[in-house]
Design a protein around this ligand. Structure first.
Ligand code: WQD
Length: 338
């Protein structure tokens, strides 16, 4: 039991809540920070129900440096895992300034507070979106970075800031984790991705289509140059994603890593129609969908090279697509989302 305080921003979100459970189970003490703009405080009770531990939680916005400073002053923070950010590609094209203000200024406020209190261990939630339109596949960490939307730009800027801070400091450890497409849910059925009224991402949309008979899902385009005309994505179970975070944290705590970027993906691409078929098979029912127009900003195909994650973190995925679908369905039914 090491009880090291780990600051988790975005702690009440889909990824943050699963991470807090895993940190507690690994013997760490997560200090959760979230402004609850995109999540609910009720998640904290679920974390307590699973771990039998009440986590320290501060409702604060990274836009207000004072709240952050108080957080660092209240207890020694060994490391930070920074997840809090706006992350909807489409929305970012409608609100670029709001995305840059939230994602970039929030990161800078966090780094300045860390600097003031001598905290130099950082794990950053980045995204495969930083690769832009793939020039080669699978996507490896050396692939050029380019953005096709403001969300991706904020992640490229964030990585650039962190690379400079780590490179020009002699004792800074920072690992950027480039997520592919996280999905699934905690095995207890108590935690999962919120199925909101108007979801954007594929898995919550399939859940919404199942739960709301009058809601017809749209498959955004079937005229791409792929096996069945629909886009290809690398779907990774949330449990595998979280394991990658724990290994990255331990890497940062164990040595001076400088700046590293690591893909978190399963290394395989499924088409949207294949994903729907897998989901329907586990659901035991069909999903009400139609083929519609392409969605602006979508890349045709995106899936990870997993070589570096395996070599550097000793990490690889353990869950397949059927299990991701099963766990999503279990959470959907347990949460009684309507
Ligand atoms: C997946 C595929 C859609 C909804 C996003 C963002 C970002 C990142 C990962 C963190 C695409 C298709 C979807 C629908 C559809 N997260 N689709 N109908 O865009 O690959 O990546 O998640 O960094 O949030 O980049 O994920 O789930 O929105 O779409 O046909 O109603 O499913 O066209 O091909 P995306 P997604």
């Amino acid at each position: 039991m090491n009880n090291k305080n780990i600051l988790v921003t975005g702690a009440s979100g889909f990824i943050g809540s699963h991470l807090c459970v895993a940190l507690i189970e690994a013997g760490y003490n997560p200090i959760g920070v979230d402004n609850l703009s995109n999540s609910k405080a009720g998640v904290l009770e679920k974390i307590e129900q699973i771990t039998k531990k009440k986590i320290t939680f501060i409702q604060a916005d990274l836009a207000t440096p004072q709240a952050l400073k108080e957080c660092f002053a209240a207890q020694p923070i060994t490391a930070v895992i920074h997840l809090a950010a706006f992350k909807a590609v489409g929305e970012s094209t409608e609100q670029p300034l709001r995305y840059h203000s939230n994602n970039v200024i929030g990161l800078l406020n966090l780094l300045n507070s860390m600097n003031e209190f001598g905290c130099n261990k950082f794990v950053y939630s980045s995204s495969a979106t930083v690769y832009g339109i793939p020039q080669r596949l699978p996507l490896d960490e050396e692939h050029p970075l380019a953005s096709t939307n403001p969300y991706g730009t904020t992640k490229i800027i964030g990585e650039s800031i962190l690379r400079d801070v780590a490179t020009y400091s002699d004792d800074y450890s920072c690992i950027s984790l480039r997520y592919f497409n996280p999905a699934g849910a905690h095995s207890s059925g108590l935690l999962g991705e919120d199925i909101v009224e108007k979801p954007a991402n594929l898995f919550p949309v399939m859940c919404r289509a199942h739960l709301t008979p009058e809601y017809q899902m749209t498959v955004f385009g079937d005229d791409y140059d792929t096996k069945d005309g629909t886009c290809i994505r690398d779907i990774i179970h949330i449990n595998d994603l979280i394991d990658g975070h724990i290994l990255a944290l331990e890497k940062c705590l164990g040595e001076n890593t400088g700046y590293q970027a690591v893909n978190l993906g399963c290394g395989k691409g499924w088409s949207v129609l294949e994903i729907i078929e897998n989901f329907e098979k586990e659901l035991g029912e069909s999903i009400n969908y139609k083929i519609g127009a392409r969605r602006p900003g979508d890349t045709i195909s995106s899936y990870a090279s997993t070589d570096y994650a395996k070599k550097y973190l000793g990490w690889q995925t353990k869950h397949d697509l059927p299990s991701i679908c099963r766990d999503t369905i279990k959470y959907m039914r347990a949460s009684g989302a309507r």
